[in-house]
Write a protein that binds this ligand. Structure first.
Ligand code: NAD
Length: 414
């Protein structure tokens, strides 16, 4: 089913800006990206043939600080998806109150079809192509779907070759190159902290709570690991190759070992295989979509049987599905809150790079906890202050207000 991510985001934005009674022109300025760059990327394949790929860097808003957001390497990357993701970054950084704006980038490619040399060359070509618009104080990329610490290291190296040693140009780097303690796990840990606070807030026991997780990459696997440590029962997980289910709860450390050895959770003997779509409809306390956008939509929202959705992925629930879930009394903890742990620790990484002074793991975790817990209760308080206000609309209202205020204070509307 065709899902337009940008349209979904626009619906969410409109709903919140109407609640805020935001001036129409200011709303329009805030809704659309400030700048969009599309680049053509030539790549000489290992067999000597030429392939030209398309990449994007879209800068949504920098009123509160430098543009900030991840890079996605995926065949479905398109301008509308990157636009939507760039806007979500602006409102995510504003919601958790860190001094960044929002951006996103990506290349329309399946990295699994590239050799390591091709992947490195493509990444370096992309950095040169977007170098006029990125910078340590202007726009700082990070990892997202199918990109990782190694790719961030190449970005840092390529940029530093022309600009001098610049670890602050990108976050999510390996620790040995100026990465932060706790960055790799930050988004999944943040999802888990949000789930924990949701449980507390809604009087749901955490110990033994049943959880289904779609996606077992960076976000999904770290969420599984952390929630397992909290005593939750992870009853199902999936990745691009398949899904597995065990109603007694999966042995997560053993599953991680299986994934390490086979590159997938698929065919693990620890559980029975199920259809990927079935996972979304399992009866459980918490459902965590942690793969791609638009996976909960009007065709399947009715089948959900979880008590709460915690959005690990960006944009996993379409506005139509949101309405169905609202009627079914299934609250959705929105992406801009639930998965903000990654950008929070990215901010800490950037601060450490600027200071050339590095913090211990415990310090990062403590600061992450505090930021997320505060943001959760601020959002929950607004959501519960009025009837008919979802957590998503409340989160957007808080963040839109902050960005609008920065635009006005800076005198950007003249
Ligand atoms: P990743 O590439 O590490 O993992 C993605 C996972 O999703 C993989 O396990 C992949 O196999 C799985 N997947 C792909 N298609 C699937 C399908 N049809 N069904 C089930 N699983 C499928 O990516 P990630 O960094 O974990 O990002 C996941 C989501 O979280 C994305 O929406 C991303 O934008 C969002 N996010 C990531 C971060 C971060 O720090 N990495 C931060 C905030 C939000």
């Amino acid at each position: 089913m065709e899902i337009n991510n940008f349209k979904s985001y626009c619906d969410q934005f409109d709903r919140a800006s109407q609640e805020l009674k935001l001036d129409e022109n200011l709303a329009s300025l805030l809704k659309y990206p400030d700048r969009e760059l599309a680049v053509e990327l030539p790549l000489i394949r290992d067999d000597g043939s030429l392939k030209v790929l398309r990449g994007y860097r879209i800068q949504h808003n920098d009123a509160r600080g430098p543009f900030k957001g991840g890079l996605r390497f995926h065949p479905q990357v398109d301008v509308d998806e990157v636009r939507a993701l760039s806007a979500l970054m602006t409102f995510k950084t504003a919601l958790v109150d860190i001094p960044f704006g929002g951006a996103k980038g990506g290349i329309q490619v399946d990295p699994a079809t590239l050799s390591q040399r091709e992947l490195e060359q493509l990444t370096r070509t992309f950095v040169r192509a977007i170098s006029p618009v990125i910078g340590v104080q202007t726009d700082i990329p990070a990892p997202d779907v199918n990109t990782n610490a190694q790719i961030m290291a190449w970005i840092m190296d390529e940029y530093s070759q022309t600009n001098g040693y610049s670890p602050g140009i990108v976050t999510g780097k390996p620790i040995s190159l100026g990465g932060s303690q706790g960055r790799e796990s930050a988004t999944g840990v943040g999802v888990s902290i949000t789930l924990r606070e949701t449980a507390k807030h809604r009087n749901m026991p955490l110990e033994g709570a049943t959880v289904a997780i779609q996606g077992f990459g960076n976000v999904g696997s770290w969420a599984a690991r952390t929630l397992h440590e909290y005593g939750c029962k992870i009853i199902a997980v999936s990745d691009a190759r398949g899904a597995i289910y065990n109603k007694e709860g999966l042995d997560i450390p053993a599953l991680l070992e299986h994934q390490e050895a086979h590159g997938s959770i698929h065919l693990s003997s620890l559980a029975e295989p199920i259809e990927q779509d079935e996972l979304l409809c399992l009866e459980c306390d918490f459902l965590i979509p942690a793969a791609l956008g638009g996976v909960i939509h009007k065709m399947n929202a009715e089948c959900l049987r979880c008590k709460v959705v915690i959005e690990g992925a960006n944009g996993p629930t379409t506005p139509t599905a949101d309405e169905v879930l609202w009627k079914k009394n299934i609250p959705v903890i929105p992406d801009i809150l639930a998965n903000a742990g990654g950008v929070i620790v990215s901010y800490y990484e950037w601060v450490q790079n600027l200071q050339r002074h590095y913090w211990e793991d415990g310090e990062v975790t403590r600061k992450l906890e505090r930021k997320l817990v505060d943001s959760f209760y601020e959002t929950a308080a607004l959501a519960h202050s009025r009837k008919e206000l979802s957590y998503r609309t409340a989160a957007f209202m808080l963040s839109i207000k902050r960005v609008a205020e920065a635009i006005e204070m800076r005198g950007r509307i003249t």
